[in-house]
Design a protein around this ligand. Structure first.
Ligand code: FES
Length: 148
């Protein structure tokens, strides 16, 4: 049974071989139609509306089918898919797959769990560099002293 991992939502579902990633998302309770007018799509399985775009990482090369003719068609309304970007309604899973969905879904998991460490990190460096000399990064105690 192929295991489909939805990274952003932190959900894992098992599906029957040959089922699409859109069906897997439905099974997991994840709505892939996001953005403006989520109800406006090609009624699934037709492959032309581009509303079900996801980034797909198969665990093995045979885990998913290659891009279908609908995905490669030069007459696509919103451009062809490329790289790991695929249409969930066109990808049939035969093995384990990791799926990264677009932002904007109602099921987005929080990402504010930063580990407490004294080691330098990229975001700290960027923050300090951005606020260097601008006075924007003052500690609350420094602000109180400056005012008092
Ligand atoms: S549901 Fe329309 S392209 Fe997949």
């Amino acid at each position: 049974m192929p295991k489909i991992t939805f990274e952003r939502e932190q959900r894992v579902v098992e599906i029957k071989p040959g089922q699409t990633l859109l069906q897997a998302a439905d099974q997991a309770g994840i709505d892939l139609f996001r953005g403006m007018w989520p109800g406006l799509h090609c009624n699934r399985m037709k492959g032309w509306c581009n509303r079900c775009k996801v980034w797909v990482t198969p665990e093995t090369p045979q885990a998913i089918n290659p891009p279908t003719a609908k995905e490669r068609s030069p007459l696509r309304l919103n451009g062809r898919v490329h790289g790991s970007l695929r249409l969930a309604c066109q990808v049939q899973a035969q093995g384990d797959v990791v799926v990264h969905t677009r932002v904007g879904g109602p099921e987005v998991a929080g990402n504010t769990d930063w580990p407490d460490t004294d080691e330098p990190t990229k975001w700290k460096e960027r923050w300090e560099k951005r606020h260097e000399g601008k006075g924007g990064a003052a500690e609350p105690d420094e602000e109180a002293e400056a005012e008092g």
